[in-house]
Design a protein. Structure first.
Length: 147
């Protein structure tokens, strides 16, 4: 079953149970997936569906960060609840130590020795992580190991 179908099924279940936050967030996700389907005029691959959901996650994380800085805990709570509903459909994220190991392998493969080589290392790390690693965290680890 594709992510689109799973989200659609879960949205109908949430509608029946009366979970308004979940219904709203799943509708947003379905809307983004449908828009992309229309734009490409074909069914989406699993990778495309994941990219769309990852963009939603990133948007929620940025909102949480902004609301936290602004002292709006009520909005932070809503964003976190919505984020949890979307993260349910994403693959398990890599731990910091797993990302650290990937970065070490990429550095060894490229022979990178200084910060000027970050442009050679990151393009190797992110495909290895296959959407299961936070780019900021990976970049921070690359910077740490190259300095």
């Amino acid at each position: 079953m594709s992510l689109f179908e799973a989200i659609k099924k879960d949205m109908y279940a949430a509608m029946k149970s009366g979970d308004k936050i979940k219904v709203t967030e799943l509708r947003v996700a379905l809307s983004r997936l449908k828009d992309k389907r229309i734009a490409t005029r074909s069914d989406l691959s699993a990778a495309d569906e994941l990219k769309i959901l990852q963009a939603l996650v990133k948007q929620h994380q940025e909102s949480i960060e902004s609301y936290t800085k602004g002292g709006r805990q009520d909005l932070v709570d809503i964003e976190q609840a919505e984020l949890a509903h979307i993260e349910h459909y994403l693959p398990q994220m890599l731990s910091e130590s797993e990302i650290h190991d990937l970065v070490k392998a990429a550095i060894a493969e490229t022979g990178a020795t200084g910060m000027q080589a970050i442009g050679k290392v990151m393009p190797l790390v992110m495909p290895l992580a296959a959407g299961r690693a936070d780019g900021r965290l990976a970049q921070g680890i690359v910077r740490e190991l190259l300095t």
